[in-house]
Design a protein around this ligand. Structure first.
Ligand code: ADP
Ligand code: MG
Length: 328
């Protein structure tokens, strides 16, 4: 199928009406109006076939995830999503794949009232770049740099599920047969966390009132909390026994495996944030109303880096750092 046919399919399948889109797909550029009194928050992420999703992942899941990982960044900034652009590199003009991809993308775009306003379509190894744009009231964006010594550290949802889902998809995993024979829905629940992450947008909006800093967890808790600490000039102590785990993670992984997944597993797209004692309780109540759960996992301390303690207060050695594309 030709380039313009593909673009037209994407345009029709993802259509979301927004009054602030003066010109959308079809001209040389989109023309967009930012509401008065707001800052524009912009973020971009690329998904490469076989790197950010397993090769042969369902096209609809890839479409959902390409948008979800970006919306997660907006959530971490406390922003409301508005627009996206999509740069698609496709190995061939497979219209069926593009239709399913666009449907997955559109399902989340509609839920988030986000309009796809432009992009680029090229041929090459499968790769998807989405840029998202959102708004925050002027000066109110949540940053990584605001954590202070004594703040409590929280995470939304549960940790380690996506990395566990990836293990379930690994045909050579030594416990692969066990995973297959797990109670119905267990394996699927974990794989769905990997393929269809939920950006915590409602939670991000609540965090604008009272959180001192926030980051989304894409590369693993320890790695991402480490970025937050570095930006804030502080250290963090995590209480491993407080790390939230899903029922599915409990069902398939023992304590030590579970900890590695929760501390270092990527792709969860939960939010990690800090709040002073003064604000923490009100924030927890507000977040509980949005659903999905919120758990206090530790404290911000003086110094640098993230340390993890077991229930006896002994430091747990960390097996490896979070995902880094350029590490040896
Ligand atoms: P140009 O050559 O001026 O860059 P293109 O021919 O690449 O324009 O694209 C035509 C129109 O389609 C533009 O408005 C562009 O933003 C949009 N577009 C191209 N590819 C995509 C895509 N994958 N998703 C959404 N919009 C796209
Ligand atoms: Mg172009």
């Amino acid at each position: 199928m030709a380039e313009f046919g593909l673009i037209e399919r994407i345009r029709t399948r993802t259509a979301v009406d927004r009054a602030d889109v003066r010109v959308g797909i079809g001209d040389d550029g989109a023309v967009l109006s930012v509401p008065a009194g707001h800052d524009l928050v912009v973020s971009v992420d690329t998904l490469v076939d076989g790197v950010h999703f397993p090769a042969r992942t369902d096209a609809a899941d890839v479409g959902w995830k390409a948008l979800a990982v970006n919306l997660s960044d907006l959530a971490a900034m406390g922003a409301t999503p508005a627009w996206a652009t999509l740069a698609l590199t496709l190995p061939d003009g497979n219209g069926t794949w593009v239709d399913a991809f666009a449907d997955g993308f559109a399902a989340l775009a509609r839920e988030s009232k986000l309009a796809l306003v432009g992009g680029d379509t090229t041929r090459g190894p499968l790769s998807i770049t989405v840029a998202v744009h959102g708004f925050v009231p002027e000066g109110r964006a949540l940053l990584r740099s605001g954590a202070r010594v004594g703040d409590r550290i929280f995470v939304t949802g549960t940790l380690g599920d996506a990395a566990a889902g990836l293990a379930c998809l690994d045909a050579r995993h030594p416990r692969g047969v066990e995973f297959f024979n797990a109670p119905a829905g267990t394996r699927e629940a974990l794989i769905s966390r990997l393929n269809r992450p939920t950006p915590r947008l409602a939670q991000g909006l609540e965090l604008r009132d009272g959180a001192s800093a926030a980051i989304d967890i894409s590369d693993g808790l320890v790695a991402d909390l480490g970025h937050l600490c570095a930006a804030s000039g502080v250290g963090a102590v995590i209480d491993a026994s407080h790390l939230p785990a899903s029922a599915a993670l409990f069902a398939l992984f023992g304590e030590s495996e579970r900890r590695v997944l929760q501390l270092c597993g990527g792709d969860d797209y939960e939010l990690c944030f800090t709040a002073s004692d003064l604000h923490a309780d009100a924030l927890v109540s507000a977040l509980s109303r949005t659903g999905g759960g919120v758990t206090c996992i530790g404290r911000i301390v003086e110094g640098a880096g993230v340390s993890v303690l077991d229930e006896n207060g002994a430091e747990i050695p960390l097996p490896r750092r979070g995902w880094d594309h350029f590490s040896a």
